[in-house]
Design a protein around this ligand. Structure first.
Ligand SMILES: [Cu+2]
Length: 272
């Protein structure tokens, strides 16, 4: 009994000390990021900027050093996927680490704060399946914003959400024919891994935020967060292999700050 009690105390002490770490590393990909404000001391609250007062924050996510080789996807054994991946121009190579000219692609930059008072857009992005590759590899939505999931292939896929947070959908649905579509919405901040049960290499992430301050980097590594309210904010970047990095940025009303820089290295990519 005493032993159990001591173990519980040790676990609590560990949890407290970790939540206070300034550069807290994310749990392995897929299980979530911040807890959306359910008590973590480091999570501030953010509300929409007042009319005409919002600031614009922008910058770049770069990769230092030689980019890792992108391993080919194992589509060889599947004639449809091989032919159509090539036709669709979707390079049949892994997309977990994509570096273009020193810029890191598919990194998600966001303000690490729990949103309140935000209205979800009524339309949203599409996560497509083209040549047995999820397109885009990383897609971001606001809580309540519809995400369309479409089968652009003349073959069967099974779309499987590995959401872990309560309230986020754990769908596991076949899309047997070309043109099939479903719409999903999410309730809580999380980086949700989505995989195909038919094709083991098909993997994507849906980044969910309870506010509107997020962006996914493209080939130029750039990001822009618009209409940010004044305050001191933790601006974070998440990458499925590189984990998370953060910096505090003081934002004045109506300000434009365009030099926010994040950098990953090959060592960062080995962390998970
Ligand atoms: Cu598939």
């Amino acid at each position: 009994m005493l032993k159990n009690w001591m173990l519980t105390c040790a676990a609590i002490a560990l949890a407290i000390s970790c939540s206070a770490c300034p550069n807290k590393t994310e749990e392995p990909a897929g299980d979530g990021g911040t807890d959306g404000g359910s008590g973590a001391a480091t999570t501030a609250a953010i509300t929409p900027a007042k009319d005409g007062e919002g600031a614009t924050l922008s910058g770049k996510v770069t990769f230092k050093g030689e980019a890792p080789d992108r391993r080919p996807l194992p589509v060889e054994g599947n004639t449809y996927c091989k032919e159509h991946a090539e036709k669709a121009g979707a390079a049949p190579r892994r997309e977990d680490i994509v570096v273009e000219g020193g810029n890191l692609v598919n990194a998600v930059v966001y303000i690490k704060a729990a949103g309140s008072g935000f209205t979800a857009p009524s339309t949203g992005p599409t996560l497509d399946q083209v040549g047995c590759v999820y397109t885009p590899h990383v897609v971001a939505v606001q809580t309540g914003q519809p995400l369309k999931i479409h089968n652009g292939d003349d073959t069967s896929h099974n779309v499987h959400s590995y959401a872990k947070k309560t309230g986020n959908p754990k769908f596991n649905d076949a899309q047997a024919t070309k043109g099939m579509e479903m719409t999903q919405t999410f309730k809580t901040h999380e980086f949700v891994q989505v995989k195909c049960d038919v094709h083991s290499w098909m993997e994507s992430y849906v980044a969910v935020f309870d506010h509107s301050f997020f962006a996914v980097t493209g080939k130029d590594g750039s990001f822009t967060l618009k209409n940010v309210p004044a305050g001191e904010w933790e601006v974070s970047v998440w990458h499925e292999k590189g984990g998370e990095k953060s910096q505090k940025i003081k934002v004045d009303a109506k300000a434009t700050k365009s030099d926010i820089a994040f950098e990953y290295t090959a060592d960062d990519m080995k962390k998970r």
